[in-house]
Design a protein around this ligand. Structure first.
Ligand code: ASC
Length: 150
């Protein structure tokens, strides 16, 4: 029973470890962190977009690698939206902090859609990728429309 309890605790702690790591000395550091996470995510998302729109030839392995990176990165920005980081070098709208439930929902929609993008990429089928890419782009845009300044 003791072993089971400690394994359970370890499992719980490991699921919490990504947000727990996102601790910052200053609001500016949190802003830099979340922007960096978004930048990396966008770079890898864009490589999939180039294939989805047939600007570059489809390569199933490259698509799958990029989609896995996008899914991983999608989990990181949220820990950077700490209290006090609404001011400074940021396009974040105040609604992130005043309408946190809606922001959380928008972030969850994006994370769910890129998890599906990763699953679609693993099928190695370009039509699956195109469909899932379009849906992911929609959830990115929906959050930006509500929560990012022009
Ligand atoms: C990107 C990127 C975004 C989203 C969005 C999708 O590649 O940088 O912000 O996709 O444009 O609509």
């Amino acid at each position: 029973m003791k072993l089971l309890a400690s394994l359970t605790l370890a499992a719980v702690v490991s699921t919490l470890s990504v947000p727990a790591m996102a601790q910052f000395q200053k609001p500016e550091d949190a802003i830099k962190y979340r922007k960096a996470a978004m930048t990396v995510m966008a770079a890898h998302f864009g490589r999939i977009g180039a294939m989805a729109s047939e600007r570059v030839p489809f390569d199933a392995k490259v698509a799958a690698e990029n989609a896995a990176t996008v899914e991983f990165m999608s989990k990181l920005p949220w820990g950077g939206f700490i209290a006090g980081s609404d001011k400074g070098e940021t396009s974040a709208k105040p609604e992130i902090w005043t309408d946190g439930g809606k922001f959380r929902k928008a972030s969850e929609d994006m994370m769910a859609s890129v998890a599906l993008l990763n699953a679609a990429a693993k099928t190695g089928n370009l039509d699956n990728l195109k469909k899932a890419f379009g849906e992911s782009a929609r959830t990115c845009k929906a959050c930006h429309d509500s929560f990012r300044k022009e």
